[in-house]
Design a protein around this ligand. Structure first.
Ligand SMILES: *Cc1c(COP(=O)(O)O)cnc(C)c1O
Length: 422
């Protein structure tokens, strides 16, 4: 089931009033839903000492949302300097931040080390020599290659640019020790939007076994394994939800078994983005045009600058027409934006109730990789973001982009190099 029923019950009775106050389009996020999901995640893994979620900032990089994560004592998974800056701005420090970059630059290493540092997660063995001030705590991202078949979105690990290869693992940690590392973690990210919990259970097993291998070889007791993000959510009404309880039970059992066998178990970290916020956001947009040519089109007042997933991956996002939830879906529409790309479609050949100009459409499950992925191509600007707070109030947490924002990078000091020989 897309978008939680609780969120729907909180939002739908007030949606016209909210749309009238703020104007469409906007993403609106459900504070109560995010907090409940965070509490459930902690509860599920309470049996693993030191369990911690590092929220994947890229999923919904808004400081107000990150502050909710901080309140739940979550850390932050960052992979760029702006993400580091935003996480630190809301007060995250040191080991509350994991920096999981790839193709890392010197500038990024410097930013990672600034302001009390963070957990550095190295993507390649060649980067060992490039870390300016080698930290005491180091982590590597592992790419299992042919040992795992990737899931649908991430694909085959052999073709993935991330991480160190299996046969590099021992030398990577040995070299890290030579550079002065004394504390160690191990990370992987082999799934995306995976709703089969056995895949993620196998990931945890794979990492635990690998730490044992390194320990046997180098005498390293790992402080943590980070199983990555990639927990899937149901976007389609017929999709099953990931079985969090079974997943947590099985992974907890693995940690207990590991501890019984080896007298010690690492902590477990996770860096979910989609799981934490995906179902707790929707894009609210108004139907402004309809046209009938070879197909019937509903034009709305937002476009792929607000939500790229349908255009990028052909992703399904469920749509409700406000006030017509119980009207039979007798029409077949393409729901489109106004960008000059034919893949600027929120829905293709979707069965929906008859839609009229002025109807509010709720495009669901935009709380992760929604606003964040938007771009400005074609001069299409990004929308505002709202937070539906637990007490029922609504807060503007990002204003919409303006033409002035769009033109801002054209304001700069002139800088021209003379032609050669002048
Ligand atoms: C994108 C990403 C995540 C979050 O993925 P979700 O599918 O949103 O859970 C976590 N870790 C890394 C390294 C990522 O690149």
């Amino acid at each position: 089931m897309p978008m939680s029923q609780e969120f729907k019950q909180r939002l739908f009775p007030r949606i016209r009033e909210i749309a009238a106050h703020y104007g469409t389009p906007f993403h609106i996020y459900d504070e109560a839903g995010i907090l409940a999901t965070g509490a459930a995640l902690k509860q599920a893994f309470a049996g693993i000492d030191g369990f911690r979620e590092y929220y994947a900032v890229k999923a919904l990089p808004n400081p107000r949302i990150l502050a909710l994560m901080k309140d739940m004592d979550f850390g932050f998974d960052c992979s760029s300097i702006p993400e580091l800056v935003m996480s630190r701005r809301i007060g995250a420090r040191g080991e509350e931040i994991m920096f999981t970059s790839n193709n890392t630059s010197r500038e990024e290493f410097d930013a990672a080390a600034a302001e009390g540092g963070c957990i550095l997660n190295l993507d390649d063995i060649s980067l060992l020599a490039k870390v300016p001030n080698f930290p005491e705590l180091i982590c590597f991202r592992y790419n299992p290659g042919p040992r795992r078949t990737g899931n649908v979105i991430i694909g085959n690990p052999v073709e993935a640019k991330y991480g160190i290869a299996h046969d590099q693992v021992i030398s990577a940690y040995r070299m890290a020790m030579e550079r002065g590392a004394r504390r160690f973690g191990l990370h992987t990210m082999v799934a995306s939007n995976e709703r089969d919990c056995t895949y993620i259970i196998e990931t945890a097993r794979m990492l635990l076994e690998l730490t044992a291998l390194v320990d046997d070889e180098l005498g390293i007791q790992f402080e943590f394994v980070n199983i990555g993000g990639g927990l899937g959510i149901p976007y389609r009404p017929e999709d099953n939800a990931l079985d969090l309880a079974t997943m947590a039970q099985e992974i907890t059992a693995q940690f207990n078994e590991f501890k019984a066998r080896r007298g010690f178990a690492p902590r477990m970290y996770m860096e979910s983005g989609r799981w934490m916020t995906g179902p707790h956001g929707v894009l609210v947009t108004t139907a402004i045009n309809h046209k009938n040519i070879y197909r019937k089109y509903i034009g709305v007042d937002s476009c792929m600058s607000s939500l790229m997933r349908p255009a990028l991956y052909g992703s399904y996002h469920h749509i409700d027409v406000v006030g017509k939830e119980n009207v039979p879906a007798t029409e077949v529409y393409d729901v489109v934006g106004s960008l000059c790309e034919n893949n600027d479609k929120f829905a293709v050949q979707r069965h929906l109730p008859p839609i009229h100009d002025g109807d509010l459409l709720v495009i669901q499950d935009t709380g992760a990789h929604g606003y964040a992925m938007g771009f400005q191509y074609n001069g299409r600007l990004r929308p505002k973001e709202l937070l539906l707070r637990t007490d029922g109030s609504v807060e503007l947490i990002r204003r919409p982009e303006t033409v002035e924002d769009y033109l801002r990078t054209l304001e700069f000091a002139p800088d021209t190099m003379p032609a050669p020989g002048r």
